[in-house]
Design a protein around this ligand. Structure first.
Ligand code: SAH
Length: 495
């Protein structure tokens, strides 16, 4: 039986600009065929189970010819796969999406098209340029600046100039001198505002604002490269007033986020919202130690404990899996009180309909231990990492509390991209690296190699213990006021 092809517009780069429908299609994909212009952040949304086919380049770094792409789509669909064809921007705006669908139509393969946000509008918008405005443009023209090999540009400049509308040229970086010359030759005022937006909507976006006459020398000076838009028209003069994206507090800041993959989401999203260029590098992975006879035993006699303490979401997850595997549910907790080390762990409990009775004022092991010692009158059960901080049990022991401390998950470091990361680090690719625990510092250092030169690196650390660990390796530190993600984000945006 034939599969089907969903042609999806990936948007201009910012993963938030992928449509909901596009994202859903991606979630279901078995095979994803994608282009060079699809941003890495969007590619990260491809499910791990899906096979990826990169047609943006082959071994020789030349793009796969269109005829071959059409063939790949056909073959994959005819093999019965659910294929997503992912293209930058909107598939039908200079994306050759029409040609691909024609091949499928002729072969009788079912297909669906999900439009995307085109860079022609969105990259302009992120550059502070509204493509129309009542005061200066009542039409919008999207033009390709790409000429067939060896041929001259086939553009009717006289007609374009007569429209008095906003002109947006895609694929125009190489042909820019010819485009400018064509417009001037057709009588356009050399003082007409003009701009280029390079890598629009991405954290590395750059804008070059000029006039028609000065655009070329200025863009050359800035070394503007593809992908970039050339925009010509009165609307370009609004950019200095409206460039909201460039004014975001973390715009252009390159931040390495070292959290475990499944927990990186919120921190990365928040940093991205503030304009940061985030690279996720999960140095530490957690693995539940299941089956866990010690935990099963303890959960079997939960009534013996007055408090149950969690120091991470991973611990909560391991606990819940174990409880469920025993055929029990939240009712098993009865009168047991719940302690969480911080808000993220609290949220992990909330995900199961449980509310933490206690979260210490300062979110670390020592404070949690002291808070528990104060609140508890009876035995405490701790479900945490194999190498959990002794500060917690020390505080309980000091207060004479009875407790059981059970290792329910393990953290370990492995990341296949370590060598690559080390090169980038040593080349000064990052402004900041975030550390959310002492174990992420250790994971990071062991992934990159303890002999690497960390002195140029600034670590944004959650809490004193984490910072102390980072300093051991010569990493400069900034310490978040509260040991919580929000505080870390605030720290990153502080001047
Ligand atoms: N289908 C795409 C366009 C493909 S043509 C869309 O709708 O956006 C490729 C051209 O699009 C590039 O040469 C460049 O001019 C433009 N482009 C694509 N992504 C861009 C981006 N993030 N910023 C600026 N221009 C971009």
């Amino acid at each position: 039986m034939s599969g089907k092809v969903t042609l999806v517009g990936a948007g201009p780069g910012d993963p938030g600009l992928l449509t909901v429908k596009g994202r859903n299609a991606l979630k279901q994909a078995e095979v994803v065929v994608y282009d060079r212009l699809v941003s890495p952040a969007v590619l990260e949304l491809i499910p791990e189970t899906a096979r990826r086919i990169d047609v943006g380049k082959d071994a020789g770094h030349h793009p796969v010819p269109q005829g071959r792409i059409n063939q790949i789509l056909l073959e994959e669909a005819q093999a019965g796969h659910n294929v997503v064809r992912l293209k930058g921007g909107d598939p039908f705006v200079f994306g050759r999406g029409g040609e691909e669908l024609q091949t499928l139509a002729q072969a009788g393969v079912p297909f669906v098209e999900v439009p995307g946000v085109t860079s022609a509008v969105a990259a302009a918008a992120y550059g502070g340029i509204p493509v129309t405005h009542r005061d200066c443009a009542s039409s919008l023209h999207i033009i390709t600046g790409h000429a067939k090999e060896g041929a001259a540009l086939d553009i009717d400049f006289n007609a374009l100039v007569r429209t008095r509308g906003t002109l947006v040229f895609l694929m125009g970086v190489t042909a820019m001198p010819a485009i400018v010359k064509g417009l001037l030759g057709a009588g356009m005022d050399p003082d007409t505002p003009a701009a280029m937006v390079e890598r629009g909507t991405l954290p590395a976006q750059r804008r070059c604002s000029a006039t028609l006459e000065t655009l070329y020398p200025l863009a050359k000076e800035m070394d503007i490269r593809s992908p970039a838009l050339i925009i010509v028209g009165g609307v370009c003069a609004l950019a200095d007033e409206l460039c909201w994206f460039e004014r975001l507090p973390l715009h252009g800041k390159r931040i390495l986020v070292t959290r475990p993959r499944d927990r990186a989401g919120t921190l990365s999203d928040k940093l991205r919202e503030l304009g940061a260029d985030v690279t996720e590098f999960p140095c530490v992975r957690t693995e539940a130690l299941l089956p866990c006879p010690a935990m099963e035993d303890a959960l079997g006699r939960l009534e013996e404990y007055q408090w149950l303490g969690f120091t991470s979401a991973a611990g909560v997850d391991a606990f819940w899996s174990c409880l469920r595997s025993m055929g029990r549910d939240a009712r098993a907790l009865g009168g047991v009180r719940l302690a969480a080390i911080g808000p993220a762990t609290g949220r992990a409990l909330e995900a199961h309909g449980l509310t933490a009775d206690l979260i210490p004022e300062v979110y670390d092991a020592a404070h949690m231990g002291r808070a528990l010692a104060k609140a508890a009158a009876d035995k405490v059960l701790l479900l945490r990492a194999e190498e959990g901080s002794p500060a917690l049990t020390y505080a309980l022991a000091e207060a004479g509390m009875a407790f059981d401390d059970i290792a329910v998950y393990r953290t370990f470091c492995d990341n296949p991209r370590s060598a690559e990361l080390r090169k980038e680090l040593e080349a000064g690719r990052f402004d900041y690296v975030t550390f959310t625990s002492a174990s992420t510092v250790r994971g990071f250092v062991s992934a990159v190699g303890a002999d690497a030169d960390f002195s140029g690196l600034v670590g944004l650390c959650i809490g004193e213990q984490t910072a102390g660990e980072a300093q051991k390796y010569g990493i400069q530190v900034k310490i978040a006021e509260k040991a919580a993600i929000e505080s870390l984000v605030e720290l990153a945006s502080r001047k």
